[in-house]
Unconditional design. Sequence first.
Length: 79
Amino acid sequence: MTAIFYTTANGTRQANLSSVTMKLLPVPLRSLKEQKATAAQLDALSAETQRLARLYERKLAALEALKKALLHQAFAGEL
């Protein structure tokens, strides 16, 4: 694919691709089945990422509560 860009580029100092040339370049597409499979994988990853983010937030809140409790016990001489 990279070779296509080099052979269609023009310019003396820096090779450039015009918008006309870009419109003529072939764009490989995956089959609809492969696209749907990829979309399903991305959806699953997104759901898992959101789940982990919620878990992380809960853990941070629990750590903050623990920190406050320990500080309270330490200053109250209960440790």
